[in-house]
Design a protein. Structure first.
Length: 202
């Protein structure tokens, strides 16, 4: 029989090569300094440092400002790929510093599209993973004894980033971060988006 795969979930990956190494170093130093001088927020993080959420205006005089326009270009490209003529703006941006054995529990975000940009990735095992944990299909495929794990039946999907990787996904998609098995900090910058009043031509 012919298989028709319906209701796919988009996840985009790319690299922000426009961010030069000097800017990346300044971002890293900024994140590390703040992680040692201010108290961490507590959300999905198990250990490590979770910064407060910032508006774009609050980032204007920080090293993180250089990633705003490249991220916006990418997420608005995702909207075009989805067939939407609406544009997005960043509604909130924050960063994580995860040391040894630190990780992020499964969670989801509010907004339209969300994502992460990776500043430092010392451990190839500390991947981001996407899950069907809140989806009835996860129970269904497990209950009927599926042995051939593929894109249809897989309960989780791992993406292993490298330095300057960008991953973008629907904000509602459950995801988490595997433990950092190195003694070097893993640093990522996460964001949520919302619709603005602009439209584009597609």
């Amino acid at each position: 029989m012919h298989l028709k795969e319906l209701f796919s979930t988009p996840v985009w990956t790319d690299h922000l090569d426009s961010i030069n190494d000097q800017d990346l170093l300044l971002i890293k130093e900024h994140c590390l300094k703040q992680s040692t001088t201010t108290e961490s927020m507590q959300f999905s993080n198990h250990g490590g440092y979770h910064s407060p959420g910032y508006s774009i205006k609050q980032l204007e005089d920080t090293p993180l400002s250089v990633i705003v326009d490249p991220i916006l270009d990418k997420v608005n490209g995702c909207m075009i790929a989805l067939g939407s003529d609406r544009k997005l703006q960043l509604s909130s941006i924050w960063f994580h510093v995860n040391g040894s054995d630190h990780y992020n529990n499964i969670h989801s975000h509010g907004g339209v599209l969300s994502g992460s940009f990776y500043v430092a990735v010392p451990d190839s095992e500390s991947s981001i993973f996407f899950s069907r944990a809140l989806d009835m299909t996860n129970h269904f495929y497990g209950s009927i004894g599926c042995k051939n794990v593929n894109d249809i039946t897989v309960p989780e999907f791992n993406y292993t980033p490298t330095k300057k990787s960008l991953v973008v996904f629907p904000s509602w998609l459950p995801h988490g971060v595997r433990p950092n098995h190195s003694n070097i900090e893993r640093i990522s910058i996460s964001f949520n988006t919302e619709l603005n009043n602009e439209q584009t031509t597609i």
